[in-house]
Design a protein around this ligand. Structure first.
Ligand code: ZN
Length: 192
């Protein structure tokens, strides 16, 4: 195991947040123990992929679908933590993330490696074998909370359907609107 691995064990918190104004937001995972803090910067798509992977893992582990109902509009994300330091102890750009499960701890293990660009056959390539430098162990409740917060963070700043409130990637994205009977362009003539 990497001697530089920062093991946060079961952290006081491990959560996603977005910094900045809508349209120009930066995303990161922040974590804290009693003694240490970490800020792991990542792209919006990485956060979405990570959250989706956690959802799939939880579904496998519990046999339950932890996805919130797709048509429910996520709550707005809570304000950033005032007490999070400007210069955390651990900070890097996120590369590969490895998920595992510790049966003794009944915890999901998250290993995060930094983004490393290597040269393969003369081409700049993402190093998928980068050594993990950060580890947390998360209980099921922690993961449910993380997933819900991810949805809130990802949905904030996106356009919303004016009928049902669902967050969309584009204002005109078709989405099987529940308020429009599942059909976006369905024309219903009132009978009364
Ligand atoms: Zn809608």
């Amino acid at each position: 195991m990497n001697p530089d691995l920062q093991d946060f064990g079961r952290p006081a918190y491990f959560e996603p947040e977005a910094i900045g104004k809508p349209g120009n937001r930066r995303f990161r995972l922040i974590a804290a123990t009693d003694q240490r803090t970490a800020a792991l910067w990542l792209e919006r798509d990485q956060l979405r992929e990570f959250s989706t992977s956690l959802q799939h893992l939880m579904t496998q582990l519990t046999g339950e679908d932890v996805l919130r109902p797709a048509l429910e509009a996520p709550a707005p994300p809570p304000p950033p933590r005032e007490d999070f330091p400007e210069n955390p102890d651990v900070e890097f750009q996120v590369g590969p993330i490895i998920l595992g499960y510790d049966e003794d701890e009944e915890a999901v293990i998250v290993l995060v490696a930094p983004l490393e660009i290597i040269e393969v056959d003369g081409n700049a390539t993402l190093n998928s074998d980068a050594e993990p430098q950060f580890r947390v162990a998360l209980a099921h409740d922690d993961i449910d909370a993380f997933i819900q917060r991810s949805e809130s963070v990802l949905a904030a700043g996106r356009p919303r359907c004016p009928y049902c409130g669902q967050a969309l990637n584009r204002p005109d994205e078709p989405h099987g609107c529940v308020r429009q009977n599942g059909h976006r362009h369905l024309d219903i003539t009132p009978s009364a």
